[in-house]
Write a protein that binds this ligand. Structure first.
Ligand code: AMP
Length: 507
């Protein structure tokens, strides 16, 4: 039996190879037949360059159908696909190449020279290029090769991909994902989200991250249907395609941006059956506003690079705003005391740990770090702080590293943010801890006002907090900003805020 993930996908491809797989914004369509041919060409080229089972192929390219074919070609060749965020600088890429030691690196055509230098320094044997419009030395060299390529057999535990963690805190680590990790999670999500034979996905996410690459694309591949593929999220383009799509997956900023547009109406969403959100917390208010405007309750789910998806609100049943739903059927989830590791009961806040076939195989070449993040009984310590409520819904309160300890008391930023967000005129807030001479750390609320609203005042924010929160949780400083710094997945970069406001109380 071949447990290669590509074989799982292939078993679900439509019988008719002319069925569409990807349609781009120009209206160009790539069929399932094209998928098999182009990924076959690429797999053959990789093999001819000596890429053998377990070899890494590092890829920093723009989003394109060919980039998806390259991912599939890597699976077919038994290689380990290693996508890199297009925003990474040369110095960052050098670290990844040195750390992962790929046999082949694929870059954007205009960066081939720079990559060749990096490759020479880091011992990468081959550099190829691939552009947004499918141009470059990879397609050029692959085009005339035989597309028939027998998928390299893989065991379920063999590596399929390495994804470097997004690094909102600390140095990026390479999360090793096996064929089993990716396949099991995709099958579970495909089932619980009730994919239908006529579903069409609107894909506007980046494809170097677990969300756009694995959650979105793998579900489509298992469904054997098509996706409308946008290079990035753009309101005009999304509204141009919404009436042809039935499923959309997005980060919370997609939804807040949709809400700013008068074109968001029930009519515009008439064909849609499911809006899914994840990768960062969706404000309960966004959930409610979206429902009011469109009639759709956004389905929020929670996962991370290392685990794929862990929880989801139900397809049938109440999708509770501000929660990430129930553990997936094959995922065990528990909340434990941060210090003792003892399991906690319902409503008690602690560290979330998970176990299941979705959980990664460890950090690339970091056995010590891997050991530290797993319990003896196999649970992975996510580092997310949360609770399970009396009805079994999981709530994420923040990251353990975001925890503020002020005067010896623990402050969970999410709790303060929820109060601040409810103040009249506040669009969103981010609460961080910064050094304070008396308290060790002090709570700072960074506030984004609603556009056009009469600005909320620091006094109003503090007053609301004083009314609802213990004194040590009340922000000692409230600052207003025009924008919160976010990474590519829409996550607020609290490390940047901590740096920016580090001097607020004189260090
Ligand atoms: P990444 O590895 O980049 O996917 O980031 C994973 C982290 O994003 C998780 O550990 C959570 O802290 C956060 N995250 C993902 N989904 C959600 C969600 N629905 N609500 C709150 N936080 C989330």
């Amino acid at each position: 039996m071949n447990d290669n993930l590509y074989e799982l996908f292939r078993s679900r491809f439509p019988a008719d190879p002319s069925r569409p797989f990807i349609e781009t914004e120009t209206g160009r369509v790539w069929s399932y037949g094209d998928l098999q041919d182009v990924s076959g060409h690429y797999a053959r080229l990789l093999a001819s360059l000596g890429v053998a089972k377990g070899d890494r192929v590092a890829v920093q390219v723009e989003k394109s159908p060919e980039a998806i074919f390259l991912y599939l070609a890597c699976l077919r060749a038994g290689a380990v696909y290693l996508p890199l965020n297009t925003a990474y600088t040369r110095a960052e890429v050098e670290y990844f190449l040195g750390d992962a030691e790929p046999r082949v690196a694929v870059c954007r055509p205009d960066q081939e020279t720079g990559f060749a230098e990096l490759a020479a320094r880091t011992g990468v044997a081959h550099v190829l290029s691939l552009g947004q419009d499918g141009e470059g030395s990879l397609p050029d060299r692959a085009r005339d090769l035989d597309p028939d390529f027998a998928t390299v057999p893989a065991d379920a535990d063999d590596l399929a991909a390495i994804l470097y963690t997004s690094g909102t805190t600390g140095r990026s680590k390479g999360a090793m994902m096996s064929h089993r990790n990716l396949g099991s999670n995709a099958l579970t999500l495909h089932r619980i989200w009730g994919w239908r034979p006529d579903d069409v996905l609107l894909h506007a996410l980046p494809i170097f991250h677990t969300h756009g690459l694995f959650v979105a694309t793998n579900c489509v591949l298992l469904n054997g249907t098509g996706m409308l593929f946008l290079p990035k999220f753009d309101l005009d383009r999304v509204f141009g395609l919404l009436d042809r799509a039935s499923v959309m997956m997005g980060v919370p900023t997609f939804y807040t941006r949709l809400l700013t547009d008068p074109r968001l109406t029930p009519g515009a969403c008439a064909r849609m059956r499911l809006f899914i959100s994840g990768s960062a917390p969706l404000l309960a208010e966004t959930h409610r506003a979206f429902r009011e405007r469109t009639g759709h309750a956004i389905l929020e789910r929670y996962g991370m690079t290392e685990t794929g998806m862990n929880t989801s609100n139900p397809l049938d049943g109440e999708r509770v705003p501000g929660t990430v739903g129930f553990p997936l059927p094959d995922v065990e989830l528990r909340v434990v005391d941060e210090k003792t590791g003892a399991p906690l009961g319902p409503e008690e806040v602690g560290i979330i740990e998970v176990k299941g076939p979705n959980v990664f195989s460890g950090y690339w070449r970091m056995p010590e770090k891997t050991r530290q993040e797993f319990r003896d009984d196999g649970f992975f310590i996510t580092g997310d702080v949360g609770k399970v409520d009396a009805r079994g819904y999981v709530h994420i309160v923040g990251r353990a590293k975001d925890l503020v300890i002020s005067g010896g008391f623990n402050v969970y930023p999410k709790e303060v943010e929820t109060v601040v967000d409810a103040v009249e005129g506040v669009a969103e807030s981010a609460v961080v801890g910064v050094p304070h001479p008396d308290f060790g750390e002090a709570v700072v609320a960074v506030v984004l006002a609603k556009p056009g609203a009469a600005g909320p005042t620091a006094e109003a924010v503090v007053a609301a907090c004083k009314e609802q929160l213990a004194n040590y949780k009340v922000p000692k400083s409230v600052v207003f900003v025009d924008e919160l710094p976010r990474n590519a997945m829409g996550k607020v970069q609290k490390n940047l805020l901590r740096e920016r406001y580090a001097g607020t109380f004189g260090g």
